[in-house]
Design a protein around this ligand. Structure first.
Ligand code: MYA
Length: 649
């Protein structure tokens, strides 16, 4: 009999499943909430012990991990609707009115009082603009009202961030580095005393904050920072020494969230371990200096500098989130702030689309306005699709965070990747539609393109985040494969039927996948079916990949990167279908237009997914990846391109 379970057993046997289960580690989701509830745990990783992205250790945990994360469950070929359907709608009328009241004055302020082109030219945000933004409350959007902020929820904040970022990316970075990451740690993990002490002045913009993680030798590999914090002999303060680079607001900040290693000797072995820890550091503690403002490609109005700590004394009560929790504090701050980038860049895209439409409607060539040509029409629609999907992702994320969904790190990472790549695409196309005009400074588009370049690099480089999403998903599957292995050993029928029958359906080609269309409005069913088929195929592909590569999958970045791409396509299909279903159900007047954007998006995403799955299963592609690795080595050895010049000299 061709039972899929027996199949798996026959081909590989339970011991092979055991091998699979050892491929991937069991990753425990760490949420802001769980960290906040145990602020003083001293569990830590030393630099030496810490597994790196490229060399994961294998754990022996046997309990399967459960999660409602939509993205994680895709890796099991499952459609987990809880966090996606229906599309959340968290704001009540009063909350909506509160934000609406803020939008107009902020919009007016940007139109009348700020000149983004001038800020770019002088490489500074003028004091009067900074002061105007402070008066509008823009520096304390999410600080509770009783501590002097606007007290907005994530969804409310998202609506404002969209407007700020749509007008001026450099200002958005200044304001975002201040609150999205600079003092976010105090909001998330601060003790009451820390909140009372720091938040009122930060919310008023009287103090500016910065987030100091990156170091010369620790960019994407954030865990290997070298800045040291040593406890003083009287145990009253830590002495901080080290330097940080590319710190947004570094030259203007009064308060820093700084990450440093605390060397700690083990009582028994005497071995020194480093405990990465977050600290709230005031510039006025002394020993804090900064370098000159960096000369950058874009976001020039925002201030970026090196920051140096030299024997800076930080009181022990300024430890943030507990000794040894620094890495998780950093990751949770970044996860929590990412929705801002997603919605903000949606605002940027909208601005560029409006400009492009205005231009195309008025520009006549060959006797017609250019908006009537298919070339331009395709560009406009592709730009609008990307903006729609980004907006759907951003407001899904922000509202899910408001709903208290605890685990959203993969969804946030996908949002960041998708938004930054889409905004780059949209601005590039906007310039193309404008032709020569787009290349001129006066169009205002070349500045935005320059500003946008860094968004694919900072706050987690997209290449690294793609791997992060894929490895997190693979690890999640690993824990369930272990469950299957245990079920085989103990003949647990329920588990076997659960996992096994899915495989059976797949193997005999019966199932078209999970019943996605139950959750989707009927005009969207053809797209729902594509999503359903894709999830099903993805789940079985992940299984096959794990069976084929075992633990060596960690070294297969050519493949893992594409698994990341497939995940992004699946999640964007689902998020846009969810939002559009919401639009139909709520009789939103643009629902039909939205459904047509979503239809094209889903059909094309489906093709990309199949293409990527075919690639990673294709031996010829695998051979090409080996060839590419070899060619890259030859180039690196030669320190240049390899071919001899066609003229021979
Ligand atoms: S700030 C600098 C940004 N820097 C980075 O983002 C660093 C990127 N690096 C990383 O994210 C990590 O090092 C990676 C970890 C992912 C590479 N959530 O074994 P591991 C847990 C929750 O995978 P590694 C800037 O640019 C993981 O589960 N947990 O670690 C500012 C594991 O836990 P456990 C996570 O191989 C720009 C443990 O950590 C996450 O070393 C200015 C170890 O993990 C996660 N994400 O690689 C922007 N990751 O041990 C301004 C890992 O329990 C803002 N873990 O299994 C602009 C905003 C605009 C808005 C405007 C507002 C107005």
């Amino acid at each position: 009999m061709n039972s899929p379970l027996l199949n798996a057993g026959c081909r590989l046997g339970p011991s092979c499943i055991s091998l699979l289960s050892r491929v991937v580690t069991h990753r425990t989701a760490t949420t802001a909430a769980s960290l906040a509830s145990s602020p003083n745990t001293s569990e830590s990783h030393t630099n030496e012990q810490k597994p790196k992205l490229k060399e994961k250790v294998v754990r022996t945990d046997t309990k399967p991990r459960t999660s409602n994360s939509f993205v994680l469950n895709l890796y099991r070929g499952q459609f987990q609707p809880d966090e996606l359907f229906p599309y959340p709608n968290v704001l009540n009328e009063e909350q909506k009115d509160n934000v609406k009241m803020l939008i107009d004055p902020i919009w007016k302020f940007f139109e009348e009082k700020n000149d983004a082109a001038k800020n770019d030219m002088i490489e500074k945000i003028p004091d009067e603009v900074m002061n105007g933004l402070k008066e509008q409350g823009v520096f304390g959007i999410q600080v509770p009202v009783e501590l002097g902020g606007l007290g907005l929820t994530n969804a409310q904040a998202a609506r404002l961030i969209e407007i700020v970022t749509g007008h001026d990316l450099a200002i958005s970075i200044c304001v975002g580095a201040h609150q999205s990451i600079g003092f976010k740690g105090i909001l998330l993990f601060g003790t009451d005393a820390q909140k009372q002490k720091y938040l009122p002045k930060l919310a008023a913009g009287e103090h500016i904050a910065a987030f100091a993680l990156t170091e010369p030798a620790a960019g994407s590999d954030a865990i290997s920072i070298k800045t040291k914090a040593e406890l003083s002999p009287d145990g009253k303060h830590y002495v901080l020494n080290g330097s940080k680079i590319w710190i947004s607001n570094g030259g203007i900040a009064d308060i820093f969230t700084v990450f440093a290693q605390i060397p700690t000797a083990d009582d028994k072995t005497g071995q020194v371990e480093s405990k990465m820890t977050a600290f709230i550091v005031e510039r006025k503690f002394g020993g804090v200096t900064n370098g000159p403002a960096e000369k950058k490609m874009g976001i020039k109005g925002s201030n970026t500098t090196e920051v140096f700590f030299e024997d800076c004394k930080v009181p022990v009560e300024n430890v943030l989130g507990g000794v040894g929790n620094g890495f998780k504090v950093a990751m949770n701050i970044l996860n929590n702030g990412r929705f801002g980038m997603v919605v903000g860049l949606s605002g940027t895209m909208k601005m560029a689309i409006r400009k492009s439409i205005d231009f195309a409607k008025n520009r006549r060539q060959f006797g017609r306005t250019i908006d009537t040509y298919g070339n331009v029409q395709e560009k406009l629609v592709r730009m609008a699709m990307r903006q729609y999907v980004t907006e759907s992702l951003g407001f899904l994320l922000a509202q899910n965070m408001d709903r208290g969904i605890p685990e959203y790190q993969c969804e946030a990472a996908i949002g960041k990747i998708f938004a930054s790549e889409s905004a780059w695409y949209v601005l590039d196309e906007a310039i193309q539609i404008h032709g020569g005009m787009g290349f001129m400074r006066s169009s205002g588009l070349e500045r935005v393109l320059r500003d946008l370049r860094v968004f694919r690099i900072f706050e987690g480089a997209n290449d690294i985040l793609r791997l992060f999403v894929a490895f997190t998903g693979l690890q999640y599957v690993g824990s369930h494969l272990r469950e299957l292995q245990n079920a085989v050993k103990s003949f647990n029928l329920n588990a076997i039927v659960g996992e096994g029958s899915k495989r059976l359906r797949r193997n005999i080609g019966m199932s078209t996948g999970p019943n996605v269309n139950e959750y989707i409005h009927s005009p969207l069913h053809p797209s729902g079916l594509l999503l359903s088929k894709s999830i099903n195929r993805f789940g079985s592909t992940i299984e096959q990949i794990l069976m084929k590569y075992g633990k060596t999958i960690r070294d297969e970045q050519f493949i893992v990167h594409r698994i990341g791409d497939i995940t992004i396509d699946l999640f964007t299909m689902a998020a846009s279908l969810s939002r559009c279903t919401h639009s139909f159900k709520n009789q939103v007047p643009t629902a039909i237009h939205e459904s047509n954007l979503v239809r094209i998006w889903c059909e094309e995403a489906y093709d990309r997914i199949n293409n990527n799955i075919n690639l990673i299963q294709n031996p010829e592609f695998i051979a090409r990846t080996k060839l590419m690795a070899q060619l890259a080595r030859e180039m690196v050895d030669k320190e240049s391109t390899v071919p001899v010049h066609p003229l021979g000299f």
